[in-house]
Design a protein around this ligand. Structure first.
Ligand code: S3P
Length: 164
């Protein structure tokens, strides 16, 4: 089994992914962590601020390619993974892509104000990105799960029910 979680920043991809992996006894892979390891930086913020977004996207595509053939895993992606179709071609290969859908207001509530991800620092720009990406998440996913007003545990249970 290969489960790939996509969705906007604040969708709960990491928390839900970890829970899902535990419940299904699968390995958990966090793409952002893999990207950070490859970059020798300490966070996605640092990569964006020092190297630039282009370098981050290149690493994201490298990691997607690396994950093309993996099995028995739950993969949490970064919110921008859908900006390059090649990423989804690799990640979705032999896998089920699940869109964790939430409103922009929910993302705003869930994201730390003190230390937001680089592309959530400016609210207006983040909202534009949110609008632009909704159709891509929909297009590239096999299943959509709404996460507004739900705890990650309920979302994980819902996914397990759908997959069974
Ligand atoms: C990004 C989302 C981040 C991270 C990077 C870029 C984006 O991941 O990959 O800052 O473009 O939406 P999360 O969605 O886990 O916050």
């Amino acid at each position: 089994m290969k489960i790939v979680l996509i969705g906007f920043m604040g969708a709960g991809k990491t928390t839900t992914g970890k829970l899902l992996a535990k419940k299904l006894e699968l390995e958990y892979i966090d793409m952002d962590s893999m990207i950070i390891k490859k970059s020798n930086r300490s966070s996605d913020r640092e990569i964006f601020d020092i190297d630039g977004e282009e370098i981050f996207r290149k690493l994201e595509t490298d990691v997607s390619e690396y994950l093309k053939e993996v099995k028995n895993v739950v993969i949490s992606t970064g919110g921008g993974v859908v900006m390059n179709e090649a990423n989804i071609d690799c990640l979705g290969n032999n896998g089920t892509v699940i869109f964790l859908k939430n409103s922009f207001e929910t993302s705003k509530k869930r994201i730390s104000k003190k230390n937001p991800p680089p592309l959530f620092r400016n609210e207006n720009k983040a909202r534009e990105l949110y609008d632009l990406r909704q159709q891509l998440y929909k297009k590239y996913s096999d299943i959509t799960v709404e996460t507004d007003n739900k705890f990650p545990k309920s979302v994980a249970d819902e996914i397990i029910n759908i997959l069974n």
